[in-house]
Design a protein around this ligand. Structure first.
Ligand code: FAD
Length: 418
């Protein structure tokens, strides 16, 4: 490993200095997805957009408090609570905002329904959930919430025989589009006129009714509330490198993946709706048991319908992530290789990626971030949202073309051949 300005990064050329299993499971250099699909599911996915799916629904937790507290429909928290209360697990490893400081987040082992609910909502900054592994109690069984690269790493560890990883009996996780560099929080605060030494006392990423708003309260009593659609403006300025490199949107190695049900039908209804994808018969059984007990209100949906809700992000990761990684390599920078090449990939799609990547490159410079902080959010938020929708419409033909029939050419990742 090498320590850089942005944290600890794998040393690709000296990977063998790591224990072999740690190297195998390191998502920074890429995990061999074809190999992992075969080991974990016994086959390659038939649908490359969302991976292996046993059953898929849209809906929400039945308990209004769980639904309101959750990021979308509260299904993840409801399932964690049910796994605990039905004796299937001894603890739920989740992520909790506010540890060790209100503006930071960390893994947390929840052992009661109220502790699980205290961890609800999405945390949009990176959290090293797998750091919990040495802290698991021998003999105990856990559920764990992971973002895609962590789920894949955990599965690689489990299949490699790591006993602590094998204590995790259920993996749940969000569909994951983009996460933000932690510096985004201070930037938004500065943009709202908060001085540097005014500390954060509370931070919620998805407060209020779905889709919610970011709420920051400071020591001086200042309250910042920014609608989700407006604080999305932070994405081009503070998107993490991992988000740009990951090719897994639907969290393909969980037992249960949950995303926002972005569709006019559900958005019009408000209150919170999720897309809920079970990847294993065992998890499907848990979900059906919960439906019978009245703990979840779900309706069956097909993969096609659900994928249409996230077509933009699926393309951003599967084809965009691939192009961005290959361009990094072409410019002598390191990038993960997961052994999958998307097809089709035509010129219009490549041109769209050139525009997207140029925007990210410019926006992530200190100057662009400074300019962003000096434009009032009430102007920048709606303006960004408008531009985003215009761009989404204009790039839709190129981004959606061929997505329905997306295929992946499977090969051995380069790092395995070295
Ligand atoms: C970084 C990030 C990006 C996302 N991008 C998208 C997107 O583009 N499109 C989309 O449809 N959905 C996205 N989601 C998922 C969405 O925000 C909700 O998390 C999801 O719909 C689950 O909602 P819920 O109400 O079931 O979750 P809840 O009931 O609120 O439970 C969420 C659980 O996940 C845990 N958790 C939260 N953040 C993290 C994290 N960073 N790492 C590990 N565990 C965590 C919580 O501790 C909690 O246990 C993203 C989530 C994250 C964290």
């Amino acid at each position: 490993m090498v320590v850089t300005e942005s944290g600890v990064e794998p040393d690709f050329d000296h990977g063998c200095a790591l224990p072999p299993l740690a190297w195998e499971a390191c998502p920074g250099k890429g995990i061999d997805y074809p190999d992992l699909y075969r080991k974990h599911y016994g086959s390659l996915p038939t649908d490359w957009r969302v991976g292996h799916v046993d059953r898929l629904w849209t809906g929400h937790a039945s308990d209004p408090e769980v639904r309101r507290t959750g990021a979308s429909g509260g299904a993840t928290s409801a399932v964690l609570i049910h796994l605990l209360e039905s004796g299937r697990i001894d603890g739920a490893v989740s992520v909790k905002q506010g540890i060790p400081e209100p503006d930071q987040a960390s893994w947390f082992i929840a052992r009661s329904a109220s502790e699980i609910l205290a961890c609800a909502q999405s945390v949009y900054v990176p959290v090293s959930v797998l750091d919990v592994l040495p802290h698991l109690v021998a003999g105990e069984r856990y559920a764990m919430t992971c973002v895609p690269e962590q789920s894949a790493a955990l599965r690689a560890l489990q299949h490699g025989g790591d006993e602590r990883a094998q204590q995790v009996k259920f993996v749940l996780g969000p569909y994951t589009g983009t996460a933000l560099d932690r510096r985004a929080i201070r930037s938004l605060m500065r943009a709202n006129g908060v001085v540097e030494d005014d500390a954060v006392t509370s931070l919620k990423w998805r407060a209020g009714e779905w889709p919610g708003y970011l709420e920051i309260i400071t020591e001086s009593g200042k309250v910042i509330r920014s609608k989700k659609v407006y604080y999305n403006v932070l994405i081009p300025f503070f998107v993490t490198q991992t988000s740009l490199q990951s090719m897994d949107f639907a969290n393909e190695f969980t037992d249960l993946s949950v995303g926002d049900a972005w569709s006019p039908k559900f958005e019009g209804l408000g209150q919170g709706f999720s897309v809920v994808a079970s990847r294993t018969p065992v998890m499907t059984e848990v979900i059906e048991e919960m439906m019978k007990l009245g703990k979840l209100e779900l309706e069956r949906a097909d993969v096609l319908e659900a994928s249409a809700m996230h077509g933009h992000m699926i393309d951003f990761k599967k084809r965009g992530g691939y192009l961005r990684n290959r361009w990094r390599e072409a410019t002598f920078r390191k990038a993960p290789d997961i052994g999958l090449d998307p097809e089709p990939l035509d010129f219009p799609r490549i041109a769209v990626e050139l525009v997207i990547s140029s925007i990210f490159t410019v926006c992530r410079t200190p100057l662009a971030r400074w300019v962003m902080e000096h434009i009032p959010e009430k102007i920048l938020g709606p303006l960004f949202n408008k531009l985003r929708l215009v761009w989404k419409g204009a790039s839709k033909p190129a981004k959606r073309k061929g997505l329905r029939d997306l295929e992946m050419r499977v090969r051995v990742p380069d790092w395995k051949l070295r």
